[in-house]
Design a protein around this ligand. Structure first.
Ligand code: 2HG
Ligand code: ZN
Length: 466
């Protein structure tokens, strides 16, 4: 589909909506807003606009719709599926000026925020009031809540508390024609018609533009214990995960890290960490409202670990050690990116199939001569598989990679899962969506897209082709 190129008159009209100092046209900024964390992809937009309220977003959207200008929203650009890349050029809408926490309602345990609020800023603000917003992507210090909604982002705590979708009560959304709607109501229960709120969560900015968000909060559990268990066999580490649940413990994180991931993370971050023969680790956390509730949970976990040939268990006794272990885990994604050209897959399977998925990925990598770094949210059956290019020839990498990825995703389907647990489909997973969706499902989704965005201006070219 042909989109309109933005000429001088159009640019002036759009810039006037946001006002002086709230737009960018210089090449350096356009390049910056044309990238996210997905590989080294870049699609330069024609204009970047930084609105400061919903009315401005509405006027911009109406203008783009009337003039058939592509419009792509961007949070902090930390996404890993190319979801915010403006592949058709046009306008990128940045949310850095819409970053206010509008209300924290302690009586109703709700927060109302603008879409550009940084995840961790909300976590800190509500924690100061004894409240908890659990979804915690590794990039929590920079990613925005609007971006989290676009992909229904997760993080380590989701194994106990659920992902972004479980906390969104209501959204203020600008539709493609500029109209402003509420998708639901600020209530915990809602059985009133179609659930537009949940439809919007995970739709990656293709159906409407989320401007304000009402989030559910819960009481903050102030006590936590953290342990790092090592294994000399990665399959065994994965197989231990269901045993922890079977022991009757609901851990607040069960994270898997393979040897290479820990090696890269500790080396690149200069973290002192002794390694022997370990091939994999589980980082396990429990939380509680009373300190006395921690030890019985740890003991049950310890028994489950012992029954599964754990090599060693390190308890993080002080806050420095806790921070160190979490730093090792949270920075793996980043250090892999620094280490080599790579491709990241966000595989997810029914938890008990994790060992089979891990084995399958290892066999596929071996067959094609790739090195992989695997880590992620083992408690959710969600394994981030990073395929490293290292010194493989470009030609081989480009030819074989899509074949290997398809085989990995076929395994996800076989083991009861799907091709993305928390990073979305965006641009880079789009070629593989046929593995999990039939033509009938695509047609339903295309119909939904058409009814929200008949001119196809919102984040064109993402999730599936029209
Ligand atoms: C992780 O588990 C994340 O490390 C990386 O999925 C994504 O937070 C992010 O940006
Ligand atoms: Zn993750």
């Amino acid at each position: 589909m042909g989109y309109t190129r933005i000429d001088k008159t159009m640019a002036d009209a759009l810039c006037q909506i946001v006002g002086e100092g709230n737009y960018k046209t210089d090449l350096e900024s356009l390049d910056l807003y044309g990238r996210d964390y997905t590989e080294d992809l870049c699609f330069t937009p024609e204009l970047v606009l930084l609105p400061s309220n919903t009315q401005m977003v509405s006027k911009i959207t109406r203008y783009c719709n009337e003039n058939l200008i592509a419009l792509t929203c961007r949070g902090a650009g930390t996404g890993l599926s190319g979801g915010c890349l403006p592949i058709e050029g046009g306008v990128v809408l940045g949310f850095e000026k819409m970053n206010r926490i509008l209300e924290i309602d302690t009586a109703n345990h709700q927060a109302i925020v603008e879409a550009g609020v940084i995840n961790e800023d909300l976590q800190n603000a509500v924690q100061a009031l004894g409240l908890f917003y659990p979804p915690d992507p590794a990039s929590k210090g920079s990613c925005t809540l609007g971006g989290n909604i676009a992909h229904s982002s997760g993080g380590p705590r989701c194994v106990k508390y659920g992902t972004t979708k479980d906390y969104v009560l209501n959204l203020e959304v600008v539709l493609a024609n500029g109209e402003i709607i509420q998708t639901g109501a600020n209530v915990l229960k809602n059985s009133t018609g179609y659930h537009l709120t949940q439809l919007m969560v995970g739709s990656e900015g293709t159906l409407g533009i989320v401007c304000k968000i009402t989030l559910k909060l819960i009481p903050y559990p102030p006590y936590r214990s953290l342990m790092l268990a090592s294994f000399n066999n990665a399959r065994e580490a994965c197989a231990t995960v269901p045993a922890i649940f079977a022991a009757g413990v609901q851990a607040s994180a069960i994270e898997f890290m393979d040897r290479k991931g820990v090696q890269l993370s500790t080396q690149k971050n200069n973290i002192a960490f002794e390694m022997g023969e370990e091939q994999a680790y589980l980082l396990i956390e429990v939380d509680a409202f009373n300190e006395g509730e921690l030890m019985p949970q740890c003991e049950k976990i310890y028994e489950a670990l012992e029954a599964h040939a754990v090599l060693n268990v390190l308890m993080a006794d002080d806050s420095e050690t806790k921070e160190k272990f979490w730093k090792i885990r949270r920075s793996i994604g980043e250090v892999v990116k620094q280490h080599s050209i790579y491709k990241e897959e966000d595989t997810v399977v029914t938890r008990s199939y994790l060992p089979d998925l891990y084995d399958g990925v290892s066999k596929i990598s071996e067959k094609y001569g790739f090195e992989t770094v695997c880590y992620g949210h083992a408690g959710d059956g969600n394994l981030h598989v990073n395929i490293l290019k290292n010194d493989l020839a470009d030609e081989l990498w480009e030819k074989v990679l899509p074949i290997a990825i398809r085989q990995i995703f076929d395994l996800c389907k076989k083991y009861g899962g799907t091709i993305s647990g928390e990073h979305g489909i965006g641009l880079v997973q789009k070629p593989y969506l046929d593995i999990v969706f039939s033509e009938a499902q695509f047609e339903i989704m295309r119909g939904i897209k058409r009814s929200f965005d008949p001119n196809l201006i919102l984040n064109p070219g993402k999730i599936f082709d029209m």
